[in-house]
Design a protein around this ligand. Structure first.
Ligand SMILES: [Zn+2]
Length: 320
């Protein structure tokens, strides 16, 4: 079943595709740049079926013959890349570091198995079904980028200049943002979440704040977050304040000898961030921050972090 979605015009030839499904996982925003018969996509949705919905919307606004020749991948999480197979022969541009993340992301088959083979009466199985059970990953093939870069990469779509800036490690090791200087639009990928707590996997939090400051320095009129509604710069400033507050709290509670899960419970019990959805994701972002505070350089254990989030969601759903 197709989700409700909007293809929002941000400037001539520049669109944001925003699926609307409330607070949940996996419904990522995508971008479209179309000029003089050339078409570029920014990210794909989570599954081939959802990507077909996006491509229908692309043809509606860019013309029935529109064929994206390039996809820019903001980072290698599945919810931004697992639709690529619907675009055979397309050039896939990503940072070189995005390949490193691709190695630790659970495969589509592993996620499919988590949805079906875990115990629904335990936190992880309950949580995964609730947030990922709507997706079918059985036929997904993970495609690597065909063009990689470090630092910065520039291209042109028709007459529209497009700048790619590497800003990772932040949300993952391989993040980039897409800047359209003439249209004053930044596609932020999962550096920025709107409306819900973000799950940051690579960190530390100061890198994510720094990436957000780089976005502000580009003086955009619109910021397209990886998930949630469009943002203006003032909303991005509020998000930076949230990230910095979270980092300060992690510092204090780590020094007090509390675990990351204990820190999450304290923040939730004092209702420190009212109005933000999916508060259990604090367990992921704080788990990541603690890994850095502990001096760890190992890659994140994504399944262990997800298990912590599920545990928090389970606890707070039964006490709500
Ligand atoms: Zn995402």
């Amino acid at each position: 079943m197709a989700p409700e979605s909007d293809m929002k015009l941000l400037a001539p030839g520049v669109f944001a595709w925003l699926p609307r499904l409330g607070s949940t996982w996996g419904m990522a925003n995508c971008g479209l740049v179309s000029s003089q018969g050339e078409t570029l996509l920014i990210d794909t949705p989570y599954t081939p079926a959802l990507t077909d919905v996006l491509l229908d919307a692309v043809r509606e606004v860019a013309g029935p013959a529109a064929e994206p020749a390039h996809v820019v991948v903001t980072h290698a999480n599945g919810d931004h890349t697992w639709g690529l197979q619907q675009l055979p022969g397309v050039e896939i541009v990503a940072t070189r570091a995005a390949l490193d993340h691709q190695c630790i992301e659970p495969t589509p088959q592993q996620v499919q198995a988590l949805i079906h083979d875990t115990d629904p009466d335990q936190p992880l199985g309950w949580y995964i079904r609730r947030h990922f059970g709507r997706f079918d990953f059985s036929d997904v093939q993970v495609l690597p980028p065909t063009v990689t870069f470090t630092g910065r990469y520039d291209l042109k779509v028709g007459s529209i200049p497009v700048e790619l800036h590497e800003v990772g490690p932040a949300h993952t090791v391989g993040d980039l943002i897409v800047h359209l200087p003439e249209q004053r639009v930044v596609f932020a990928g999962d550096i920025v979440f709107a409306g819900d707590h973000p799950p940051h996997w690579a960190g530390p939090l100061e890198n994510i704040s720094a990436a957000c400051e780089r976005i502000l320095a580009l003086d955009p009129e619109w910021i397209v977050p990886g998930h949630g509604p469009l943002m203006r710069p003032d909303e991005l400033r509020s998000y930076i304040a949230y990230l910095n507050d979270l980092a300060d709290n992690a510092d204090v509670m780590h020094a007090q000898g509390r675990t990351s899960i204990e820190a999450v419970r304290i923040l939730l019990d004092e209702d420190r961030y009212p109005g933000l959805g999916l508060p259990e994701r604090l367990a992921i972002t704080l788990g990541t921050e603690y890994r850095h505070l502990d001096g760890g350089s190992a890659a994140p254990d994504m399944l262990a972090l997800m298990n912590h989030a599920a545990t928090i969601a389970w606890e707070y759903s039964s006490t709500a």
